[in-house]
Design a protein around this ligand. Sequence first.
Ligand code: MN
Length: 215
Amino acid sequence: MKRILLLSALAFVIATTSAQTGFWGLIQLPYASEALEPVISRRTIELHHGKHLAGYVETLNLLVKDTEYEGKSLEHIVRHSSGVIFNNAGQVLNHILYFQQFSPQGGGVPTGRLARAIEEQWGTFDDFREEFEKRGAALFGSGWVWLAQTADGTLIILQEPGGSNPVASGCRPILGFDVWEHAYYLDYENRRLEHLRSLWDIIDWQVVGERYARP
Ligand code: MN
């Protein structure tokens, strides 16, 4: 049986699997595992999606069973939980957003309302990009760098440690780069900044633009 959950505020559709394998299912990638090469290798995608994300999903299913979080949205769990449940729910949410924002036809620059909002905040897209890369490279240890929208609609760059997500502080996630070593180490070794700079070539700005809410 397939169940469809709608995360209302974020508007993602997540196909879940049968009760035998748990409540949350592993999302299917909207591209082949080798489609993002040379920016992200097939091997990295296979491990990142098939092992790391699958592990977070499996752990989250075990942790929330028979708790107040069973049946709740990922966004709700990230907002209200702490400890291992928070970290695993955050990582499931983070990686759904992450994998869905890429496309082999991606790249270029944002358009429309998001482009205008970025220019209002940072001057030019290149200035934003440089700041975003810098914040991602400077994050100590494992975590994420996010373009996010505050409750009043302002765009900000957030560094989130570990498995955290902007929804934890009431913000809306727009674009997220994973700076855990598992996201790039096979392809870029310790060259995190080089990896972050390469990711712009596979960003699907249509998907990202749709996450931006009208202030
Ligand atoms: Mn990851």
